[in-house]
Design a protein around this ligand. Structure first.
Ligand code: ADP
Ligand code: MG
Length: 352
């Protein structure tokens, strides 16, 4: 329409920007748990506790014994794109779960967030932010470590609140997230409790820190997460190709499932969902399983961080390999080899 003025362009304020970003970072309570537990791991925690109520919708509380946040840094930790984990000059060598500096400001924009923290040798302090409004830093009482409490997730974004599923479904998604991270960090202890209704806490999942070498610790942790039976039927995988190392455990074909629900892949310690890697697992078992059965495995790919990009999505659960053929080929050949050898052992045992 000639003569009509164009709409005015405005810079959004920080609270609005955070609410928009939160849409990507925090999809549901389980994504909040993922971000907070990852922060605890990045802080070097040895024990991490997660308490939830009502599927995480009313309460998520993550307690850790990590390095803590200094009182002077609390406000900064809640600011957008503020992180202690990278300096911005090098996005190629990311070795922590976090690096985007988005989780805490996003959570503070869509829920009521309280962080209480203590660095060894300093006083404990806490800060509160609700719906993007930040309070003052106050003195608090706490041992070294951090407690992050998130109440009423999405109260500030009612549209998102409507997409929450039942408490049961959200609690299940949280359990999955905690278990995946527990597999990624066998030397860290995890406790997940349901404190709904204010009654007695119910322990949903518990894993004490594992000791021993890489494979002992991983085997112990997998027994805890996937069950004794998996651990007793699991083949140890350890192979390297062109600077990519594959290790972990894959179950015998006789211990398979009716759905592809127990396949876990970690890239440089990070739980990922990746169609290509899932496809490689299926291809490896192709000759050993009928079409309606699915393998069970927990596989870790470690490589030079420059060969893989983790900065694909704000949730950081997707990765891109520079050359996907190498990890794919490595998974297929290492698993086929292990399965063939196990089959050979089984048949020679029968023969004698
Ligand atoms: P990122 O993890 O990408 O750095 P976050 O918003 O999740 O961004 O956290 C911001 C910063 O707050 C972190 O870089 C870290 O310095 C600090 N922080 C967050 N959680 C913890 C924790 N549990 N223990 C110690 N420091 C923490
Ligand atoms: Mg983080």
């Amino acid at each position: 329409n000639i003569g009509e003025k164009p709409p005015v362009i405005r810079q959004l304020d920080e609270a609005a920007i955070n609410r928009i970003a939160a849409g990507e970072v925090v999809e549901r309570p389980a994504s909040a748990v993922k971000e907070l537990v990852e922060n605890a791991i990045d802080a070097g925690a040895l024990r991490i506790g997660v308490d939830i109520a009502d599927g995480g919708k009313t309460l998520i509380r993550v307690t850790d014994d990590g390095c803590g946040i200094a009182p002077d840094d609390l406000e900064l930790a809640l600011s957008r794109h503020a992180t202690s984990k990278i300096d911005g000059s090098d996005l190629l060598h990311i070795h922590t779960f976090g690096f985007r500096g988005e989780a805490l400001p996003s959570l503070g924009a869509v829920g009521r967030l309280t962080i209480t923290s203590r660095v060894a040798g300093l006083e404990a302090a806490s800060i509160r932010v609700a719906g993007g409004d930040m309070g003052a830093v106050r003195p608090a009482a706490l041992n070294t470590g951090t407690v992050v409490e998130l109440r009423d997730l999405f109260y500030a974004t009612p549209a998102r609140l409507k997409f929450m599923r039942t408490d049961r479904a959200e609690a299940q998604a949280i359990t999955d997230v905690v278990k995946r991270l527990a597999m990624a960090e066998p030397s860290v202890g995890f406790t997940l409790r349901d404190v709904s209704g204010g009654g007695d806490a119910r322990t949903v999942f518990r894993a004490d820190p594992e000791t021993g070498d890489l494979f002992d610790a991983l085997h112990g942790r997998l027994a805890r997460v996937l069950g004794r039976e998996f651990a007793e039927n699991a083949l140890r995988i350890d192979a390297t190709r062109e600077d990519i190392r594959l290790f972990g455990y894959a179950a015998l074909p006789t211990y398979s499932r009716g759905a592809a629900v127990a396949q876990y892949v970690f890239v440089n310690g990070r739980p990922v969902r990746d169609k290509m890697l899932g496809g490689a697992l299926r291809a490896a078992y192709f000759d050993f399983l009928s079409r309606d059965r699915h393998p069970v495995a927990a596989l870790f790919l470690d490589c030079d961080p420059t060969l893989v990009d983790v900065n694909v999505h704000p949730a950081k659960s997707e990765v891109r390999f520079r050359d996907a053929g190498i990890p794919r080929g490595l998974i297929v050949s290492a698993l086929r080899h292990a399965l063939a050898e196990a089959g050979h052992r089984a048949s020679t045992t029968v023969a004698h």
